[in-house]
Design a protein around this ligand. Structure first.
Ligand SMILES: C[S@@+](CC[C@H](N)C(=O)[O-])C[C@H]1O[C@@H](n2cnc3c(N)ncnc32)[C@H](O)[C@@H]1O
Length: 101
């Protein structure tokens, strides 16, 4: 893996609720993402945008989040557990993936 990817520990900072004050995912995504859509998110990190994507597409949609770093996906999966209608799958290969909804 390239040494130039965002270090996994920075994922905690990027997923911080404080970031919402300047970069609110619901406002960013509202014009583009709706119920029932299938969305591919490359490089989700720990899911700052992913969880809002899953809420927006709802149970009839799907979010496929693909990250090269397994630690990012592991943390994203744990954070997604709070979503009632969410299911996730991770492929233990070089590309790590979480499916939500
Ligand atoms: C700067 S972080 C941004 C994370 C998230 N999108 C956010 O806004 O908080 C970039 C993420 O992209 C991932 N990434 C970098 N290159 C990638 C690639 N070729 N395929 C999949 N994920 C990649 C990194 O592992 C990292 O988690």
């Amino acid at each position: 893996m390239s040494k130039r990817v965002c270090p996994w520990w920075l994922g905690y900072l990027l997923a911080s609720p404080i970031r919402r004050l300047v970069d609110d995912p619901s406002k960013v995504l509202a014009p583009y993402v709706g119920e029932g859509m299938t969305v591919l998110e490359p490089g989700p990190g720990m899911g700052f945008f992913t969880l809002e994507l899953a809420r927006r597409v709802g149970p009839s949609g799907r979010v496929v989040a693909v990250d090269v770093q397994p630690r990012m996906i592991e943390r994203l999966k744990r954070r997604g557990l709070g979503l009632g209608n969410t299911w996730m799958h991770a492929w233990p290969r070089q590309i790590h993936c979480a499916w939500l909804t």
